[in-house]
Design a protein around this ligand. Structure first.
Ligand SMILES: [Zn+2]
Length: 677
């Protein structure tokens, strides 16, 4: 799957909302003064000034590692979906209908009595199949099978657009297979990493025992998995390297695999996965895949069985009895992220239904909650943002006319998706049966996998959505040069159907500009208007771009996020460019509105001040220390505080709006402000 550059990482969390009333005129939205903290000057910490009151009034609920206005909206969203699903429960729907499927999965997910009675039973047939492996060939067959429903054992297989021929789908193999999610956790010798490894070992021991292993066998199996995952992690390229598209593209003919990657039972593997007749493919990370093959060769069958069994147990844990769920939460929720309590079962189940039947839920969701007028207002905003960004590009003094012409062409060819897809996914082939919750999740994953395989060798379906409509998020996809704004994000505090322009341009306007800027960030700029990885920049323009973005890298590298831990300016560069560029473009567009021109105060704030206060409000939130450390490792987005305090000092208009001077701590001399888009 192509990397999707979304606005924020999708965290699996989400209270209630009433549908916006639709009037025809714009109404000033009240910025709640209690959300602010006016004991702090805007130039000291704009984040604290704009959102300090919110933080104070909204301590993190025990079940969260981070809780902000985003999560608040997600919670409301979940409640809306729960109401929809409960309404379904009052009627009988024909077998095979989307309503039957959504309703049945939800009922199974919240039925704790049945889940606890079943215990490990739902996974036993899969563990038995793995235990029956006799040789490495069996291991390869099982690896292919498990990859259809339980993540990516050893390395990942996916079908998606060819970076250099973006209209065609090809196979991609890339690094994967580690349960802690980042190589550093396996390799670093600091106290935090060591304690995570110990906790991960304990998690595995507990879950193997929950699955029926005796204590000694569980301990041995956990040690085997740790050894295998550590070997995989050692060969993984770093997250910074993963951001460089050229380093992730190694297209080769199938005959070259043995030499360019490693000898392996490739025919067997591809046949078992269901990818027949391949002539070429992309191996994103040849050295990592080679190392994974080395592990399969060197480790005894028994250890490889433990590893595959772990993939199944760990993937299934959230869908099994309380013993599995609690052990899973102990590590992934508490230790890794700092949450204190498991989220209520119904919320976890809504997430699961969204994951398994995203567009089926989405279809119900938009009928109920997404007004057509919202799409119209969004289209106008997108047009205005596009115009503004185009004007800014045309005026850049650091870019040559040649590159500008191509950049403007790329901007003009963006595909814009708003609300929900034109064509809904057909869930007819997916059976939701009354056996087990987990088995339905397996069928849902296999359904998605089969759909992915069917796209192999086919032209890319540009109408496809990579997020479901109810998702509170947005994305830019470089390989299709598209921006997408699902219905879920078109709500307050991002979007006020009848709100004044300052609030909407500071909110959803910046989000639109953010996604557009992704087409021109350190990664996106390497893809042309057709979505092909190709160098359309002059060498001078490219080096001037690097020089200008370096300013942002250095700025964020210098930010201490917790004690001596710093932000990673290189890893977060794309998002930081997008935040800063998004603000610039949206502010530029906002300046053309009647509200900006008239300049009248609302609640004592100028239009420009309201714009920036609206932006900051998007990121209001609190976050636990453990989560700060985890996100700094794995999230390409800066933390909420720094999406504000790290970004606004690079926007000249913010200085003007709040009268920031060189005596203010956030003030940057002009030569240290990033001037990119
Ligand atoms: Zn983004």
């Amino acid at each position: 799957m192509k990397p999707i550059f979304n606005l924020i990482t999708i965290v699996s969390v989400m209270t209630m909302i009433s549908c916006t009333q639709h009037k025809t005129t714009q109404q000033p939205v009240s910025l709640d003064p209690s959300f602010m903290d006016t004991t702090i000057a805007p130039g000291e910490s704009f984040y604290q000034y704009a959102t300090g009151g919110w933080q104070q009034a909204n301590p993190i609920p025990d079940e969260y590692a981070r809780y902000g206005s985003f999560d608040n909206l997600r919670e409301e969203n979940q409640q809306q979906i729960q109401l929809l699903i409960e309404a379904l429960g009052s009627e009988e729907y024909p077998a095979g209908s989307n309503a039957q499927k959504v309703g049945d999965i939800y009922r199974m997910g919240i039925d704790s009595i049945r889940l606890n009675e079943q215990g490990a039973t739902p996974i036993l047939h899969q563990l038995k199949a793995i235990a029956a492996a006799k040789d490495k060939q069996d291991v390869i067959r099982l690896m292919a099978e498990v990859s259809r429903y339980a993540g990516n054992p050893f390395f990942a297989f996916a079908v998606g657009p060819d970076d250099k021929n973006s209209s065609m789908n090809i196979v991609h193999l890339y690094q994967s297979g580690i349960g802690m999610g980042d190589r550093d956790y396996y390799l670093l010798e600091d106290d935090h990493s060591r304690s995570l490894r110990e906790a991960y070992l304990r998690l595995m021991e507990t879950q193997f025992q929950n699955a029926g292993y005796d204590e000694a066998n569980a301990g041995q199996a956990a040690a085997n998995v740790m050894r295998i995952e550590t070997a995989l992690a050692e060969a993984h390229i770093t997250r910074e390297m993963r951001r460089i598209p050229e380093l992730n593209y190694h297209k080769m003919r199938i005959e070259e695999l043995a030499v360019e990657v490693a000898p392996f039972e490739w025919d067997l593997y591809f046949t078992e996965v269901g990818a027949y007749g391949l002539d070429s493919l992309n191996v994103s990370h040849p050295a990592s895949v080679k190392a994974a093959i080395g592990v399969i060769e060197q480790e005894p069958v028994e250890s490889l069985q433990d590893y595959l069994s772990w993939k199944v147990i760990n993937s299934a844990a959230s869908y099994l009895s309380d013993a599995f769920v609690e052990a899973n939460f102990e590590f992934y929720g508490k230790t890794l992220s700092g949450s204190k309590e498991l989220r209520p079962r119904w919320r976890r189940t809504i997430d699961a239904v969204n994951g398994a039947l995203g567009e089926a839920v989405g279809q119900l969701y938009v009928e109920q909650y997404f007004p057509p007028q919202a799409k119209e207002r969004m289209l106008t905003l997108v047009d205005n943002l596009s115009l503004a960004l185009g004007e800014r590009i045309a005026q850049l003094e650091w870019m040559s006319d040649d590159t500008k012409a191509k950049a403007l062409e790329k901007l003009a060819t963006f595909t814009v998706k708003i609300g929900y897809p034109d064509k809904w996914k057909d869930y007819a082939p997916l059976e939701i049966a009354d056996d087990t919750y987990w088995q339905n999740m397996v069928r849902a994953s296999e359904f998605e996998f089969a759909e992915m395989i069917s796209e192999l060798g086919q032209p890319v379906d540009k109408s496809k959505w990579y997020m479901s409509p109810q998702t509170v998020n947005a994305y830019y996809n470089p390989s299709s040069n598209e921006i997408c704004f699902p219905a879920g994000i078109l709500q307050p505090p991002f979007f006020y159907m009848d709100g004044d322009d300052a609030i909407n341009y500071g909110g959803i306007g910046v989000v639109i500009g953010h996604e557009m800027t992704h087409g021109f960030d350190d990664q996106g700029r390497k893809f042309d208007k057709e979505g092909n990885l190709t160098d359309w920049w002059t060498a001078d323009d490219a080096s001037r771009f690097d020089e200008r973005t370096r300013v942002l890298v250095n700025h964020f590298d210098a930010i201490a996020v917790l004690d001596s831990v710093h932000a990673n300016g290189t890893f977060t560069l794309g998002e930081n460019i997008a935040d800063q560029g998004g603000m610039q473009a949206s502010y530029h567009a906002f300046m053309k509105t009647n509200q900006a021109v008239a300049g009248e105060l609302i609640d004592g704030f100028t239009p420009a001040q309201r714009f920036f206060l609206s932006y900051a409000a998007l990121w209001a939130g609190n976050v636990r220390d453990a989560e700060i450390l985890r996100l700094t490792k794995i999230d390409p987005h800066s933390l909420g505080r720094w999406r504000v305090d790290g970004a606004v000092p690079h926007v000249d208009a913010w200085y003007e709006a709040f009268g920031i001077t060189s005596s203010d701590p956030l003030w940057l001399p002009e030569e240290k402000r990033a001037a990119i888009w």
